[in-house]
Design a protein around this ligand. Sequence first.
Ligand code: C5J
Length: 231
Amino acid sequence: MSQSSFNAEPYPLQFDPATTALLIIDMQRDFLEPGGFGEMLGNDVSLLRSTIEPCKCVLEAARHIGMVVIHTREGHRPDLADAPPAKLARGKLKVGIGDQGPMGRVLIRGEHGHDIIPELYPAAGEPVIDKPGKGSFYKTDLQLILQNNKIATLIVCGVTTEVCVHTTVRQANDRGYECLVISDCVGSYFPEFQRVGLEMIKAQGGIFGWVTDSQEVVNVLCRLDKIKAVS
Ligand code: C5J
């Protein structure tokens, strides 16, 4: 066990790189690209797209040191058998989940819009968790994969901060995982939700986890790489 630490709020987070995974949540075309579901709902996708470059830097650094990397995608089976009727009806949308949009059927597995953006595309061997809900643990094998890899700490990136990132971090926290959320690698369509979403994670002594930025994570992971190289 080799302990290291991230400067973070509310206080430094000790971690062992061998038991830490990078979890990248729902960086899908439907949420991030012009013409996707997010934009069809009237959102400004540039607020999410600002996370792409910092996520790329963290992903590269994590891959470089051989850290476990896991991706998630929100979406449903083409026959919608796994989509709760309440979720399908919510919002009374003209074009909603399962309907034809500019990037194929909205949030349906196998469709262009459902897939992960090319900038952060999973490498061979990196697990991709297809989830029907907001939380990454709900009706998925994420916990089994984490247990099999002896993971105790999650470094969390993705979208959106107050929805799938928050739901996942809360689920992970209840399951005993330490979560470090990277402030510039998570994004919301609503600047106020972004600010408050991050505050809520680190409030009350880190009630759900820790918050830091991508520069700190990249610096720490690169330092570990150098230590590995000389030892
Ligand atoms: C949403 C998500 N916002 N990935 N999904 O519906 O946060």
